[in-house]
Design a binder for this molecule. Structure first.
Ligand SMILES: Cc1ncc(COP(=O)(O)O)c(C=O)c1O
Length: 477
């Protein structure tokens, strides 16, 4: 930078002025020595840089390229800090994270509701049923008995034994208590599985449409999601096999699926299991919707394919959906002992045990009558049938009847026009204009679709779909 640099100096002066708030710009360090290169490395840089550039220009000196680079990177960082806010101070890891669209839309809808608007929320992923009374009573009894202290990180033995027993009985999984860890919801179980098995660059095959958190959790563990696109839970064995590389560490299977409600048929699950054994990767089976199946459908348990695959199987499940306990934050993971131990180690330093009271409530959930679960599912079934029929009757919407979970996932892309040509715009306009909250499919990797839940009361579903119909008529006539 020679004399020409003077004009640059003036420009920089303006930039400096932009963040010269008088706080820490005065150079007070021992190395205060304006005009020399080392000064540009001291802590109180702004004034120093300004002075350096000005002095160089005045004396027609040339700044060394290295100094110039340092100066500009400092200027950039300061300007970003000033105008980009604190987010510029966050780690790259966090800045790479996508916000959960489900939580964001639900939060916006709740905000509108609390300001008095009549919003129909068909967005969130939680049953509208109350937690069954016998489960709540067990929690109250735990509090009254003083069961309010730390427990072992992996959970109380009583609960772990019940979980292991459930997995042996219902999922054909040869499970010992040492293979179980109790977690803060299914979410923490999944998060810690990825932390336990992934190194940077490792790949996880994710079946799309996928639940929103899988991709971010994999990325947070340094891994890379590899997407397998499916249609109604179907894909060809070749399509799956082509995605396997030496870096493949796992496949995650959510059966039935959130968001599509599709169930991957047994023959395809068997192929996944065979390929997992052949290529030595884990199957992470996210079973949180396993009880939400209709029309006699059932998601097969990978453990039923034999001992070999059971050694590579990691099962994640939760009490959240099955027992309508979303707020209690309790789930679990079962798998090979070394994985469970590793997850325990992570959890030791992360959150320790799940709330002791929730653990006692979960014991009651597993020990008690399952009629409450059956009743909820038969009500969901009634809503599922209504919702698919009502949506299918709207011209331009393709809505297959889901086999499981509690969502419908209609394809609305046949309606798209110049004004609305993506799922986010569709969902935003629907919320603002008709006060109906749904989740745009883009969050699940399908920008052609929307996700609507029927875990909301029938009256709201009827009202919401009426408004949905009006919206379609108005925008896509
Ligand atoms: C597919 C899937 N897996 C896991 C979870 C996590 O459940 P939890 O609320 O128990 O953390 C959810 C919650 O919506 C989900 O949809």
């Amino acid at each position: 930078m020679t004399n020409d640099g003077c004009s640059n100096c003036d420009r920089q002066k303006e930039l400096f002025a932009a963040f010269a708030d008088g706080n820490d710009h005065e150079c007070t360090c021992a190395k205060k020595d304006y005009g020399k290169e080392k000064c540009s490395l001291c802590r109180h840089l702004v004034e120093t840089i300004f002075y350096t550039v000005k002095t160089c220009a005045k004396h027609e000196l040339t700044l060394q390229p290295q100094t110039e680079t340092t100066i500009f990177s400092i200027i950039r960082a300061n300007i970003l800090r000033k105008f980009g806010g604190m987010s510029q101070m966050l780690s790259q890891r966090v800045r790479n994270l996508e916000q959960s669209i489900t939580l964001a839309i639900t939060a916006r809808a709740k905000e509108m509701k609390s300001s008095g608007e009549h919003v129909v929320i068909m967005a969130s992923g939680e049953p509208d049923f109350d937690t069954p009374m016998h489960i709540k009573e067990a929690a109250v009894a735990a509090i009254n008995a003083g069961f309010t202290k730390y427990t072992a990180t992996s959970g109380i033995p009583e609960l772990k034994e019940l979980i292991a027993e459930k997995l042996r009985r219902e999922n054909s999984y040869p499970c010992a208590t040492s293979q179980v860890i109790v977690t803060t919801g299914g979410k923490q179980a999944l998060f810690n599985v990825f932390q336990a098995i992934l190194d940077p660059g490792d790949e996880v095959i994710v079946i799309a449409p996928y639940w929103v958190s899988y991709l971010e959790q994999i990325k947070l563990a340094g891994g890379e999601p590899v997407l397998l696109r499916t249609n109604a839970g179907l894909f060809t064995p070749n399509e799956f096999e082509e995605l396997i590389t030496p870096k493949t560490r796992a496949v995650i299977v959510n059966n039935p699926s959130n968001p599509s409600g599709a169930i991957i048929p047994e023959d395809l699950c068997r192929i996944i299991a065979e390929l997992a054994v052949k290529h030595n990767f884990y199957i992470i089976s996210d079973d949180v919707y396993e009880k939400f199946v209709y029309d006699g459908n059932k998601a097969v348990s990978f453990a039923s394919f034999g001992e070999e695959i059971s050694r590579q199987l990691i099962i994640v499940n939760a009490f959240s959906k099955t027992y309508s306990m979303t707020g209690w934050r309790i789930g679990y993971c079962a798998g090979p002992v070394e994985i469970i131990k590793a997850m325990g180690l992570i959890q030791d330093h992360q959150s320790s045990n799940v709330c002791s009271i929730s653990q006692k409530a979960a014991v009651a959930a597993l020990q008690g009558s399952q009629v409450c679960v059956e009743e909820m599912i038969s009500e969901f079934d009634r809503r599922r049938v209504y919702m698919t029929e009502r949506l299918s009757a709207i011209k331009g919407i393709v809505c297959p009847r889901p086999q499981g979970a509690f969502y419908v996932f209609p394809d609305v892309s046949y309606l798209y026009n110049e004004e609305i040509s993506d799922s986010m715009t569709f969902a935003k306009k629907l919320l603002e204009e008709e006060k109906v909250a749904v989740i745009p499919g883009v969050g699940f990797g399908y920008d052609t679709h929307l996700r609507l839940t029927y875990s909301t009361g029938m009256e709201d579903i009827k009202e919401g779909l009426e408004r949905f119909d009006n919206f379609v008529k108005r925008h896509f006539a």
